[in-house]
Design a protein around this ligand. Structure first.
Ligand code: 0O2
Length: 229
């Protein structure tokens, strides 16, 4: 049987580094992993559409948009590798699909805290969505001040010949929570800093998180007051 062209190209390019068996093993992993990642991309599209529909319908009824912006990402191969290592799991697609629930991720940035819970409820009420896990870091912020509502949900995607259930992580934040988390991430999340600087910045970042929570509360109260009028 003739080898696929891409296989021959790989063999030609890496002939002096890897033997044929290694390249074949590598290729056996590549095709199914591309397929799995494509399924995660489809799941992101499904969930994103649901939120765009909710935003559209809400804006028709209430004359304002509860969603400021939507971001999405597929977890990077390096991040997947690190998480498998951290959880002591094998480097297999089965292990990824069974144990890592944040390969597909969406971030829904909302205007007000109430919008977060309203949108989360609307999503969970849909009959094709199953809630797998809920972490409410708004009610119970992380020690460093991180706030967000995280849902792991399962959503069906319909392929040419099958239906597949995919897990997706949805993070809900207000604009203020997003502002804090993205700067904190840039400044220190996952980076190996000296213990001295960590100590000096931890408390200040946590105070900034309190300020941002206070800002969210004020904005929510102002909105409620205007709506009552
Ligand atoms: P990426 O790919 O960079 O976005 P679990 O999945 O339950 O085993 P995990 O992964 O710690 O454990 O889950 P958790 O606590 O729900 O956090 C996952 C994601 O939330 C992180 O993704 C961040 O996006 C965000 N996050 C959590 N804590 C913080 C924080 O202290 N600061 C900031 N800025 N973001 C945070 P990853 O893992 O970074 O992956």
């Amino acid at each position: 049987m003739r080898e696929p062209e891409s296989s021959q190209i790989l063999k030609d390019r890496f002939a002096d580094i890897f033997d044929d068996r290694s390249i074949e093993t590598f290729q056996k992993f590549i095709a199914p992993s591309k397929d799995l990642m494509s399924c995660y991309r489809c799941a992101i599209m499904e969930i994103e559409t649901k939120f765009r529909v909710l935003d559209e319908r809400f804006s028709l009824a209430h004359d304002r948009n509860p969603i400021d912006n939507i971001q999405s990402r597929l977890k990077s191969p390096e991040s997947i590798r690190d998480k498998l290592l951290r959880k002591n799991l094998p480097f297999t697609l089965e292990a990824i699909e069974k144990n890592l629930f944040d390969i597909a991720g969406l971030r829904i940035v909302c205007s007000f805290v109430d919008d977060i819970y309203m949108l989360a409820d609307c999503l969970l009420q849909q009959d094709d969505i199953t809630l797998i896990k809920r972490k409410d870091y708004i009610q119970k912020p992380k020690e460093n001040g991180y706030r967000s509502l995280h849902l792991i949900v399962e959503v069906p995607i319909f392929l040419q010949d099958q239906k597949k259930l995919m897990k997706v992580e949805v993070q809900f934040r207000t604009i203020a929570m997003e502002f804090w988390a993205s700067l904190e991430h840039q400044l220190r999340y996952k980076k190996s800093l000296s213990s001295d600087i960590v100590e000096k910045t931890t408390e200040r970042l946590s105070r900034c998180a309190d300020l941002s929570a206070h800002l969210d509360m004020q904005m929510q109260e102002i909105k409620d007051m205007i709506e009552r009028e």
